[in-house]
Design a protein around this ligand. Sequence first.
Ligand SMILES: [Ca+2]
Length: 369
Amino acid sequence: MKKFSMFYLFLVIVVSGCADTDETPTRTDRDITSTTEQENGGQDEQEGISDEPEIIAENLEIPWSIQKEGDTFFLTERSGTIMQIKNGENIRQEVELAKELSTVSEAGLLGFVLDPEFSQNNLAYAYYTYEDRNGKFNRIVTLRLNEDIWQEENILLNEIPSGRVHHGGRLELGPDNKLYATTGDASVPEIAQDLDSLGGKILRMNRDGSVPDGNPFSNSYVYSYGHRNPQGLTWSTDGKLYSSEHGNSANDEVNLIEAGQNYGWPIIEGVEEQEGMESPVFTSGNSETWAPSGMDYYDDTVYVAGLRGEAVFEFNLETGEQREEISGFGRIRDVLIEDDQLYFISNNTDGRGDPNETDDKLYRLSIQD
Ligand SMILES: [Ca+2]
C-alpha cells in the first residue's frame, strides 16, 4: 500500500456555500484538520509511513507553477518573477514582459513550462495576465533565459479573455509534445459555451503558436469547452488527459478531458448531468470545496493541489476513492511528481491565506509503494 503522509485523513471539510469559493480562504478548515490529524496519527505510524515533508525552499512569493530540469527548479511567482533553486541556492530571476502584469485578484505570471530542449535553448513557455487599452487579457508567450533574466520573445496566443477573476492559467506539455492551456470564464460564464471565445476552455497548440492538426474544431485552438476556471492538467500513463476545475460555490471538479467535448459550465456543474455534456469523474459535491489547482499523475492516481481545501487531494482512477493526503501546510497551489518524489508549493502569501514568517515553501516527500 502506498502511503506517505502522517496526515492521512479521510476528512470531509464542510464549508458553507458562498458566492465564489474558488480560492477564498476559510479559517475553520484548519481547526477541523488538526483535530482529525490527532485522531488518525497513530494509524500512520502503524503502517510505517510517517515522513514529514522536507523543505526545499522558503520565502517564496505567491509561487504558482513548479518546473524541474535535472536538479534545478523553476517556480513562477505570480508577481512576475521566477525563483530558480539550484544546489540549495535561490536566485529570484527577473522576467521582462512586453505587457505590464495585471495585479487584479488571481492574476499575474501563472503557468510555465520549460521547452523539452531547455538545456540547449534556454526556452520556456509562460501564461500571464495583463491589461491594455483593449481590455483585460491573458497571453501565452515564449520566454528566453539569458544570464538570470527571462525575456518575452514571441506571442503564441494573445487576448485570451480575462476580467475580475477566473483567469485559468495552467500550461502543460502533452505526451504529444503540444502545448495545452487552461483558460477561465473571466467571470462571464456564457463565454465558456461560445466556441468563438478562448475563455472557459482547454486549448491545444503547437509550440510555435499554430493550430495543430487533429484539433476537434476547424482552425481553432479549442480542445474542450464549458469550463469555469480550470487550473490543472495531467496525463495518465495511458495518455488520458485530466483537468481540475474550480466550481461555483463548491462543486469543484476533476474531469476526464476528451477532444471536442462540452464540460457543462454554466449549464450544469458538479453531479448534474445533461445530454451532450460531460460530468466530472470526481466532484467535491454541493457542500465541500477543494479549490483545486495544479495536478500530477502517479500509479493510477491523480494528485491535485487544493487551495481552500488546504491539502493535496488524491483521486484513485481505478477504485474511484478520493481522500486528502497531505495537509497542515495551508493553501497548496501546485504539485509535481518525479522519481517517486512528490513536490508541492504552498500558497499562503496570496492574500487569502495565513502565512508564517518563511512562507511560501517548496516541499518534497517520498511516494513509494
Ligand atoms: Ca463541469
